[in-house]
Ligand binder design. Structure first.
Ligand code: SF4
Length: 186
């Protein structure tokens, strides 16, 4: 954000500022929903009062990519739709993250046809795969919590060319409370 550069050279102060920035970032994740099918209904349920995604500061769904930093792909993506999804992803603000929600987004699901993308990770970086058909809202919430852990660790990997590397972390349904999002410098 440039604040670190504006601070005097002091490792302690820089670390503290960085922790505050990450705390603010993790507490105000703004999702960009790209819901195309039944998983979208579970996504909507996650934001509703029963599951209350607002508890995690992530209920402000934005439909403008420039106001969002978490892409949630929920549902199958056709080859015709993929360029649109890619363009929206590119227009989102950095740093940004991607959740692939459900079997269809992650693998094409049961739609093993030429018209359906067999996993969005072939075309864009995916950080968290949320399993299920559809995933329950609790599982999606665990995906959002895993993203928050990544932000807390301030450990976003880039390759030698400065391009974002996907984290590719798969949650295990039902026991993802223990998900290890340590990136080990990869
Ligand atoms: S994973 Fe299942 S619930 Fe989700 S979009 Fe595909 S068929 Fe629908």
């Amino acid at each position: 954000m440039g604040l670190e550069e504006a601070m005097p050279v002091d490792g302690y102060m820089t670390t503290q500022v960085s922790r505050v920035i990450n705390w603010a970032r993790r507490s105000s994740v703004w999702p960009m929903p790209f819901a195309t099918a039944c998983c979208g209904i579970e996504l909507m349920a996650t934001a509703s009062s029963r599951y209350d995604l607002a508890r995690f500061g992530a209920e402000v769904f934005r439909f403008s990519p420039r106001q969002a930093d978490l892409m949630i792909v929920a549902g199958r993506i056709s080859t015709k739709m993929m360029p649109v999804l890619q363009r929206i992803y590119l227009q989102m603000t950095e740093p940004k993250w991607v959740i692939s929600m459900g079997a269809c987004a992650s693998t094409g699901g049961l739609f093993d046809t030429y018209a359906v993308v067999q996993g969005v990770d072939q075309f864009m970086p995916v950080d968290i795969y949320v399993p299920g058909c559809p995933p329950r809202p609790e599982t999606l919430i665990e995906g959002v919590m895993a993203i928050q852990q990544i932000i807390d660790q301030d450990n976003i990997p880039y390759d030698a060319d400065g391009k974002r590397k996907p984290l590719g972390i798969s949650l295990t349904e039902g026991n993802s409370k223990n998900v290890n999002v340590t990136i080990n410098g990869s």
